[in-house]
Ligand binder design. Structure first.
Ligand SMILES: [Zn+2]
Ligand SMILES: [Zn+2]
Length: 382
C-alpha cells in the first residue's frame, strides 16, 4: 500500500507542551519523512496516562527533557511510510508504539539479546528528546519541537525508530489495544513476568488506577485465588471487580497499620505498589505485608529525591522487592503476545475506558485524570 505522502513533509495537528507548568496547546506542525531505520505512523488512538501529566505539571521524576515537546506514549496507529533499512513493518501495517525499545533480531544490543532484562541500551525515554541522530522530525512555525520517549504519540502523525514499533494483528480494535502500549503491559507484566504469580496464591494491590487494575488482570489470568484491592477511595471498589479483584480494603477503615493486618494473617504471597507519585509509605506497607517468601513489585513513578526506608532484617526471611519498566517484558514481542491474548479473550480492555475523546479534548482529559475522574480516556484520531 503506497501512500501519496511518502517522502514528503506532512502537516498535521499536535498538542505541544511548551515546558513544565507552561501549558499545552494544539497547533499545526510539520512532520519530516522517516530517516534510516525509522517509521512514520498515523496515530489511531492514544490513552491518556499519568506519566505525561507529571511532565506537564513540573513534578517529573529523574528526567532531563528538552522543550517544547510533544507528549504521548500509549498508542496504536497505522504505518504511513518507512525509511531505508526498515524490515519488520510496511505501509498499512497496524502497530503499537513502544516507549521502551526492543532492538530488531540480528541488530540487537547486548541487553536485547539477553533474557535477563528488557532495558535496551538504546532506551531514550527519560534523557534524550531527539531521534538517534540528534535531530528532531517535528517543527512548528520553523521552531524545532522535540520528541518524548522517542514516540510522541499525541501527534496525528509521528516518527519513531523501527525498534519502537510493534506490528500487531490487523483484526485487533485499534482503540482498545492502544492501552497495551503502557498500562496493560506494565501491570500484566508486573504480575506475570516480574512477580511470577502462581495459581492459588494471594495478591494485594495498592492503588486502583489503570496500572493497578491491569495488575489485577495479570494476577487473575495467572490463577491467583485472592486479589485484594487496596485504595482509600471506596468508590473504586465496585469498579475493580470487573478486573478480577476479590476483596477490598480501605486502610482508613483499619485501626492497625495495613501491614500488621496482613501479618496477622501470615502475610501475602505477592504485593504490588501501583499508587505512584511520592508514595514511599505505600511501598513500605506493600513490602512489610509480604509472607517471608513473598515478592513485592514496585510499578509507580517517583520523584528523583525520594528514598525508601525499610528494615533490612525483613530480607533475611527471603522477601524480595523488584521494579521494572513495562512489566519487565521485551516490548515488541511482549506487545504482540498481549494483543494475541486479548484477541483470544483472555482479558478485557473495554472496562478501562471511561471516555472516548477528540484531539482537542486532550487538556480536558488531563484535568479528568488529575481529579481522579478517569481511569483511561482514549483520544480517537480521524
Ligand atoms: Zn504510561
Ligand atoms: Zn536493545
Amino acid at each position: 500500500m503506497a501512500s501519496n505522502t511518502a517522502g514528503k513533509v506532512i502537516k498535521c495537528r499536535a498538542p505541544v507542551c511548551w515546558g513544565p507548568n507552561k501549558g499545552q496547546t494544539i497547533v499545526e506542525i510539520e512532520v519530516d519523512p522517516p530517516q534510516h531505520e525509522e517509521v512514520r505512523v498515523k496515530i489511531a488512538a492514544n490513552g491518556v496516562c499519568r506519566s505525561d501529566a507529571h511532565h506537564l505539571d513540573g513534578d517529573s521524576c529523574d528526567v532531563n527533557l528538552k522543550y517544547p515537546l510533544i507528549l504521548g506514549h500509549e498508542a496504536s496507529g497505522v504505518v504511513e511510510s518507512v525509511g531505508p533499512g526498515v524490515t519488520s513493518v510496511a505501509p498499512g501495517d497496524h502497530v503499537i508504539l513502544l516507549y521502551c525499545p526492543q532492538c530488531l533480531p540480528g541488530r540487537e544490543c547486548e541487553r536485547c539479546a539477553s533474557p535477563k532484562t528488557n532495558a535496551c541500551v538504546n532506551d531514550n525515554f527519560n534523557t534524550t528528546s531527539t531521534m538517534r541522530d540528534g535531530t528532531s522530525r517535528f517543527r512548528h512555525n520553523g521552531q524545532t519541537i522535540y520528541h518524548y520517549c522517542g514516540i510522541s504519540t499525541f501527534s496525528e502523525y509521528t516518527v519513531a525508530r523501527e525498534a519502537q514499533v510493534a506490528k500487531v494483528d490487523p483484526k485487533a480494535p485499534l482503540d482498545l489495544i492502544s492501552l497495551i502500549g503502557c498500562c496493560l503491559g506494565q501491570g500484566f507484566g508486573g504480575a506475570q513476568h516480574m512477580a511470577g504469580v502462581t495459581p492459588g496464591s494471594s495478591c494485594a494491590i495498592w492503588g486502583l488506577g489503570a496500572i493497578g487494575l491491569a495488575t489485577a488482570l495479570g494476577c487473575k489470568d495467572a490463577g491467583a485465588k485472592r486479589i485484594i484491592a487496596i485504595d482509600t477511595n471506596p468508590d473504586k471498589f465496585e469498579f475493580a471487580k470487573q478486573f478480577g479483584c476479590t476483596e477490598f480494603l480501605n486502610p482508613k477503615d483499619l485501626d492497625i497499620p495495613v501491614q500488621q493486618y496482613f501479618q496477622n494473617q501470615g502475610g501475602v504471597d505477592y504485593t504490588f505498589e501501583c499508587v505512584g507519585g511520592n508514595q514511599m509509605v505505600t511501598l513500605r506497607a506493600a513490602f512489610e505485608s509480604l509472607a517471608p517468601w513473598g515478592t513485592c513489585i514496585f510499578s509507580g513513578v517517583t520523584k528523583a529525591h525520594v528514598e525508601l526506608s525499610i528494615k533490612p532484617n525483613m530480607f533475611l526471611d527471603g522477601r524480595t522487592i523488584r521494579g521494572s519498566t513495562y512489566g519487565g517484558l521485551k516490548s515488541r514481542t511482549g506487545v504482540q503476545k498481549l494483543v494475541n491474548k486479548f484477541m483470544a479473550g483472555d482479558f478485557p480492555l473495554e472496562p478501562f475506558v471511561t471516555g472516548r475523546y477528540a484531539i482537542d479534548d486532550i487538556p480536558k482529559c488531563f484535568d479528568l485524570l488529575r481529579q481522579g475522574k478517569a481511569c483511561r480516556s482514549i483520544i480517537i484520531y480521524n
